[in-house]
Design a protein around this ligand. Structure first.
Ligand SMILES: CC(C)[C@H](C(=O)O)[C@@H](O)C(=O)O
Ligand code: SF4
Length: 779
């Protein structure tokens, strides 16, 4: 019999296939995760879960932590420790909790005293922790950034963080393949940020839902790694699970000499490069969605509204919502303009700004700072600009920029030169906008309240933000300079020996192993001993079962409800899963002074008692991966959300908390349910029969749910326990990595332990919610 020809595969298909540990008939995949990045906001509850269940971190050598969201960006000169440096109490607690957890679990950590500290998506690539062909996760939606290296990198929620810490695997399913091909040459003044804003404008914030986007074409190939990262970073703003770029010479060049990449003169480097070259999508590979963009259609682009899809060319005007297609869109548009304080028809270049923010995981890399400095050099910020900040993505970038004199250029122009962190991208630290202040920002989200309550954000490229600072209004950089996106040869190289101090800190300097081997060496005195560890069938009954769910349903007629709206950033500082119900939809639910807004549905009777939320607009839960969103809904009493569609990460997060999101795509079915909700009547959700009924028991419609998820909900199962039952398969996969792609494993730690992970069954199996386990798990 002739051997059947293998179907052509995409880059994503190839990376996925090489990481599957197990696949169920319903398409549920247990995916091995090579790299796990951790930060202080989305990890406390995950570590707490591990402690409750007596579990350990399976691969400390593949886990890297830093603190970024909460950290002040004021000068760190003379810093003693985080406890005295971080003034705000909740932020301090979150940072300290991370420091305690990394010590307890033996995880490598870049803290504030370490120049490798920075935004989690900046430090991974910078260290060579991010490598082509790998799988990488982080409890953060912008994990998509790392896909620029040709790895499958995706944001996950806190329950999944816990799952990956415990098992080094993620339960997932196959995504669709989407291709965005950008051909031609970028015009002067146009950069990678314009490419991605333009693309999101075309596909919309839900355009990539359920997909992995492969960015390709001559424009992408011509871009530096920094520029490719900016593009992949914002794939999440296009709703995608991940963005990817096939690794090529630009990628290899960038990785050469990075501390955790294989040393360029080693045989491993040669093997790695030839493997990485094989990851290109095969000719004829099929894409479910194909988008072609001609570079000459891309001009410097900015946002006008409160969703990243609301883009307009800088030489355009504020759009008129009355020209929008549907009534829902018109309404949303009117609301956005009111929030943004804009009038239809105003030329974008006539809009004055108050502040400038150059930073964030989208645009805080050396190339971004160089480009912005080129624009401001020898100029001063306009007198109406109250504050202009430059926040480098990491301590290493800051140092490099200073070595090049960029700090001086910015300071001379009137910009503040800050320390590394997320800063005003999200404002969990003190860097926020005052109400109604307008900001020219290089970040990635312009949601209501994103940079501070009632803040107004316009997203743009670093050169455009720099130009806005100089002009004092949203400005067309092409009128100021002849800026041209740098060709990739100028890509940033991590400082080696002479240009700057070494990037590997003293604590990791000793010993004879390579830097890569040193990463994550588990301290000998790790407080969790082998006897404490759990690998057997544990879990189950960690969550309340979801079977029949009956109660009042609150109607919500909105599209693209983002998780920043469901639970604003100031409430993410908790280290617990509970108590967030009163902050649910905070900015919509309460007036400025804190009194309840009578117009908001959850303040009206009988909806104060709602157990289900019926949303009539698509893409509920888009944006940030914060699991605080389902926690807040759950704490309020809402365990079921019905909507036409959901953003992927939010959708996953709800299931992990014993909640059920139901996607009803048929408009007349959805309308029937919404009508019951508006009438203040109860509805009943029957999960075993996959049916929604009215208060009298009449069927309104049926719904779909994946078998595995249904099984877990109906039985209240903790899926970490289920995964740990596949210990043999996971170990088998780890052996394969060590043999076939040793640069990914590369742990002296593992070898020192004789190639075996020191795991044993726990004596008293516990659930991750701290309850004793009674029945075995069944799937
Ligand atoms: C805090 C974190 C969960 C969040 C994210 O997932 O994106 C943050 O980084 C953001 O940008 O809103
Ligand atoms: S989007 Fe902003 S807050 Fe989120 S990780 Fe990036 S820099 Fe930090």
């Amino acid at each position: 019999m002739p051997i059947a020809e293998k179907a052509p595969q995409t880059l994503y298909d190839k990376v996925l296939a090489s990481h599957i540990v197990d696949e169920k008939l319903d398409g549920t995949i247990l995916l091995y995760i090579d790299r796990h990045l951790v930060h202080e906001v989305t990890s406390p509850q995950a570590f707490e879960g591990l402690k409750n269940a007596g579990r350990r971190v399976r691969r400390t050598d593949c886990t890297l932590a830093t603190t970024d969201h909460n950290v002040p960006t004021k000068s760190r000169k003379g810093i003693k420790d985080i406890a005295t440096f971080v003034e705000e109490e909740d932020s301090r607690l979150q940072c300290l909790t991370l420091e305690e957890n990394v010590k307890d679990f033996g995880i490598t950590y870049f803290g504030l005293g370490d120049k490798r500290q920075g935004i989690v998506h900046v430090i991974g690539p910078e260290q060579g922790f991010t490598l082509p062909g790998t799988t990488l996760v982080c409890g953060d939606s912008h994990t998509s950034t790392h896909g620029a290296f040709g790895c499958f990198a995706t944001g996950i929620g806190t329950s999944e963080v816990e799952h990956v810490l415990a098992t080094q695997c993620l339960i997932t399913k196959r995504n669709k393949n989407m291709r965005i091909q950008v051909e031609g040459e970028l015009a002067p003044g146009v950069s990678s940020k314009d490419v991605v804003l333009h693309a999101i404008g075309l596909i919309g914030t839900a355009g990539g839902t359920g997909c992995v986007i492969e960015f390709c074409g001559s424009v992408i190939r011509s871009l530096s790694m920094e520029a490719r990262m900016s593009i992949c970073n914002m794939s999440i703003e296009g709703g995608a699970r991940a963005g990817m770029v096939a690794p090529d010479e630009v990628t290899f060049e960038y990785l050469k000499g990075k501390p955790l990449a294989p040393p360029p003169d080693s045989p491993e480097w040669g093997r790695a490069v030839s493997y990485w070259k094989s990851l290109q999508s095969d000719p004829g590979a099929k894409y479910d969605i194909d988008v072609q963009i001609d570079a000459k259609d891309i001009v410097p682009t900015i946002t006008w509204g409160t969703s990243p899809e609301d883009v307009v060319p800088i030489n355009g005007s504020v759009p008129d919502p009355e020209t929008f297609k549907s009534e829902a869109k018109k309404q949303a548009g009117r609301r956005m303009l009111e929030y943004m304080g804009l009038t239809p028809g105003t030329p974008m270049e006539d809009i004055p700004i108050d502040k400038v923010f150059i930073g964030s995981c989208t645009n805080s890399r050396i190339e971004d700072l160089r480009a912005a400095a080129e624009v401001v050099k020898g100029r001063k910020i306009a007198s109406n600009v109250k504050r202009a900040m430059v926040v480098p993505g990491s301590g290493i970038i800051k140092e490099q920029a200073e070595a090049e004199g960029l700090d001086k250029i910015f300071v001379d122009a009137g910009f503040e030169w800050r320390e590394a962190g997320c800063s005003m991208c999200l404002g969990m630290n003190p860097d926020i906008l005052a109400p109604r202040e307008r900001c020219a920002s290089t970040s990635n989200r312009n949601f209501e309240g994103r940079q501070g309550a009632l803040s107004r954000t316009h997203l743009m490229s670093p050169v455009m933000a720099a130009a806005a600072g100089i002009v004092g209004k949203l400005a067309d950089v092409r009128k100021l300079t002849n800026y041209k996106a740098s060709p990739h040869i100028e890509a940033f190289k991590a400082p080696t020996s002479s240009s700057a101090k070494p990037v590997v800190d003293e604590s990791l300097e000793s010993g004879d192993s390579s830097a890569k081997d040193r990463l994550g060496d588990q301290p000998e005195d790790s407080p969790l001993t082998a006897e404490d560890l759990v690998t057997e069938a544990v879990g189950s009954q960690g969550l309340p079962k979801f079977i029949l769910h009956k109660g009042i349903a609150a109607p919500m007629d909105r599209a693209n409800v983002d998780t920043d709206a469901i639970i604003p950033k100031q409430f993410l500082k908790t280290i617990k899963r509970t108590g967030l119900g009163s902050a649910l939809f905070n900015d919509w639910r309460y007036n400025d002074g804190g009194s309840p807004n009578p117009d908001f549905v959850l303040n009206q009777e009988p909806f104060t008692q709602a157990k289900t939320l019926v949303v009539t607009g698509p893409n509920f839960g888009c944006g940030s991966s914060r699991e605080h969103a389902p926690w807040a809904l759950n704490d309020f009493g809402i365990r079921c959300i019905i909507a036409p569609s959901f953003a992927d990460i939010f959708f996953n997060n709800t299931f992990k908390n014993g909640m059920l999101p139901i996607s009803i795509t048929n408009p007349s079915d959805l309308e029937k349910i919404a009508a019951e909700a508006r009438a203040g009547k109860e509805i009943e959700v029957d999960l075993p029969n996959q049916e929604i009924r009215d208060a009298s028991g009449n069927t309104l419609c049926k719904f779909d749910v994946e078998e595995f998820r249904k099984h877990c909900l109906v039985n209240g199962l903790d899926d970490i326990g289920l995964t740990l039952q596949l210990e043999d398969k996971i170990t088998e996969h780890e052996k394969k990595i060590s043999e076939e792609t040793p640069w990914v494993d590369g742990t002296a730690y593992l070898r020192r332990k004789g190639g075996k992970l020191p795991v044993k069954a726990a004596k008293v199996p516990m659930t991750n919610r701290g309850q004793e386990l009674k029945d075995p798990i069944d799937w």
